[in-house]
Ligand binder design. Structure first.
Ligand code: AMP
Length: 179
C-alpha cells in the first residue's frame, strides 16, 4: 500500500506520518528530510537547496523526482512533502507504473491558514520566519493545491480535518484508510 500525505506546510504531515509508518509499516519518504540531510552533509545539492528552502520556494522538480526515484522500494511507501507540483505527481504516477505499483490513498490534512501561521512560528525552523511562511503558503496554494483535484479525479482523495487532538486525528486517518 502506497500513501501520499498532502496538506499545507504546518498542517501536521510530519506528526501523522510517524503514526502512519508505524501503523501500516511503511517506508517514510520525505523530500524535506532528504533535502535537510543534504544540507547537513554539506553536499553541493544541499548548498544549492538551502537558500531556496530558506526563502520558502520549491526546489526543482528534477532534483526531488531524482531523489524519490533513488529511494523507491517494493515495500509500502509513505510520500510526505512529495509530490508538490503537478509535474511531480505525474512523474510519480509514471515511476510507480513502470514498477507495477500505484498510489493507493492520498490523505489531505485540512487546516486553515491562520492556525498554520501560528503553528509554524511556534516550530522555529530556519525556514519558519513569517515572511518565508507566507511565501510557503502562497507556493502551496499556487503549485500544490491543484493536486487535490488531480487525486480527487483519480478517486484517491481522503479528507481529514487536521485541527484538534493529535490522537483523534490519527484514529480518523486509520478508519479512512482501513475503509
Ligand atoms: P518540508 O519539510 O516538506 O516542509 O520541506 C521543506 C522545504 O524543502 C520546502 O519548503 C521546499 O523548499 C523543499 N521541498 C521539500 N519537498 C519538496 C518538493 N517535493 N518539491 C520541491 N521542493 C521541496
Amino acid at each position: 500500500m502506497n500513501i501520499i500525505i498532502l496538506g499545507a506546510p504546518g498542517a501536521g504531515k510530519g506528526t501523522q506520518s510517524e503514526f502512519l509508518i508505524q501503523t501500516f509499516a511503511l517506508e517514510h519518504l520525505s523530500t524535506g528530510d532528504m533535502l535537510r540531510a543534504e544540507i547537513a552533509a554539506g553536499s553541493d545539492l544541499g548548498k544549492q537547496a538551502k537558500s531556496i528552502m530558506d526563502a520558502g520556494d520549491l526546489v526543482s522538480d528534477e532534483i526531488v523526482i531524482g531523489m524519490i526515484r533513488n529511494r523507491l522500494t517494493d515495500k509500502g511507501m509513505l510520500f510526505d512533502g512529495f509530490p508538490r507540483t503537478l509535474a511531480q505527481a505525474e512523474a510519480l504516477d509514471a515511476l510507480l507504473q513502470e514498477n507495477n505499483m500505484q498510489v493507493d490513498h492520498v490523505l489531505l490534512l485540512e487546516v486553515e491558514n491562520n492556525e498554520i501561521i501560528e503553528r509554524m512560528l511556534a516550530r522555529g525552523r530556519t525556514d519558519d520566519n513569517e515572511e518565508a511562511i507566507r511565501n510557503r503558503l502562497k507556493v502551496y496554494d499556487k503549485q500544490t493545491s491543484p493536486l487535490v483535484d488531480y487525486y480527487r479525479k483519480q478517486d484517491k482523495l481522503l479528507r481529514v480535518c487536521g485541527v484538534g487532538d493529535v490522537q483523534e486525528i490519527s484514529r480518523q486517518i486509520r478508519k479512512l484508510i482501513e475503509g
